[in-house]
Ligand binder design. Structure first.
Ligand SMILES: Nc1ncnc2c1ncn2[C@@H]1O[C@H](COP(=O)(O)OP(=O)(O)OP(=O)(O)O)[C@@H](O)[C@H]1O
Length: 255
């Protein structure tokens, strides 16, 4: 393989993924590719299977059929923690923040965990510049540098979202699964999160599940539309807006 072809290898490939819950086919044949440094949005009506798909990519549930490849490596049966070693991080629906610690502490702990450190020794590590400096850089990247010394319990909801993103970045993730980052945010917080994701775009491969169509169309390089657990269409935001079946199945509903 030449360097050029290696550079173009998709970060994430989903092939023919199926997952049933009893009678419900939550994922019923999904194909999807996320290219290097692409921000790829996943949209679809409620119940289309978006979260089920993200959970399979993260390794929290296993598919019945199909394959998941990260950087060409088959991870379909790999445990969730091992996928983190492949550069994968999921954020927003499952992240646990330590509410009695500061924003900076939370990010520093994520770095320490990534390095194989022990959180019980964290008190002494708080003063460790090798943790604090990169932690501050991640906080700054998500627009939270000025709140570094705030205890998490005192942060606003939107700021916790920003911190969760910093924690994912601290895990040295290069392939981010972002599950509804705008959920529960007010209009100004959503715009702030859109600006933050715009700043991360091009530095990471991102698969973004989001119902906020303004954010999706502002951010995405490409969009995949899921309907009834299947890939209906993948294209640029303009192609998705113009696609008759997508309009009928999703956008035409005034979503
Ligand atoms: N653990 C489960 N057990 C049974 N059914 C499930 C389970 N998880 C999801 N489902 C069903 O699978 C289908 C897809 O659900 P999923 O949450 O993946 O959709 P979604 O596109 O993320 O929806 P939303 O936009 O509302 O979050 C739904 O019919 C849901 O009820």
């Amino acid at each position: 393989m030449t360097d050029a072809t290696a550079a173009e290898l998709p970060r994430l490939v989903i092939e023919g993924l199926h997952k049933r819950f009893g009678a419900v086919a939550a994922t019923a044949g999904v194909d999807l590719e996320v290219r290097p440094r692409e921000l790829h949005a996943l949209i679809g009506p409620n119940g289309a299977g978006k979260t089920t798909l993200i959970s399979q990519i993260a390794g929290e549930i296993f598919p019945d059929q199909g394959r998941i490849l990260i950087d060409g490596r088959d991870v379909t049966r790999m445990a969730a923690y091992a996928r983190a070693g492949q550069g994968l991080a999921r954020s927003f629906q499952i992240t646990q923040l330590f509410t009695d610690f500061t924003a900076l502490d939370n990010v520093a702990m994520a770095i320490q965990a990534r390095q194989g450190g022990n959180w019980r020794c964290f008190g002494s590590a708080r003063q460790d510049r090798s943790l604090r400096e990169p932690a501050m850089a991640h906080l700054t990247a998500v627009g939270l540098g000025h709140r570094a010394d705030e205890v998490v319990a005192d942060l606003a909801h939107g700021e916790c979202r920003q911190l969760e993103l910093a924690v994912a970045l601290a895990a040295e993730a290069s392939l981010l699964l972002l599950d509804e980052p705008m959920a529960g945010l007010g209009p100004e917080e959503s715009r702030q999160m859109t600006r933050i994701l715009q700043g991360l775009k091009g530095r990471y491969a991102i698969l973004l599940v989001e119902h906020d169509m303004d954010a999706v169309f502002a951010l995405a390089d490409r969009v995949t539309v899921l309907v009834y657990g299947r890939t209906l269409f993948t294209g640029t935001p303009d192609e998705v807006r113009a696609h008759p079946e997508v309009r009928a199945a999703y956008l035409g509903d005034g979503v």
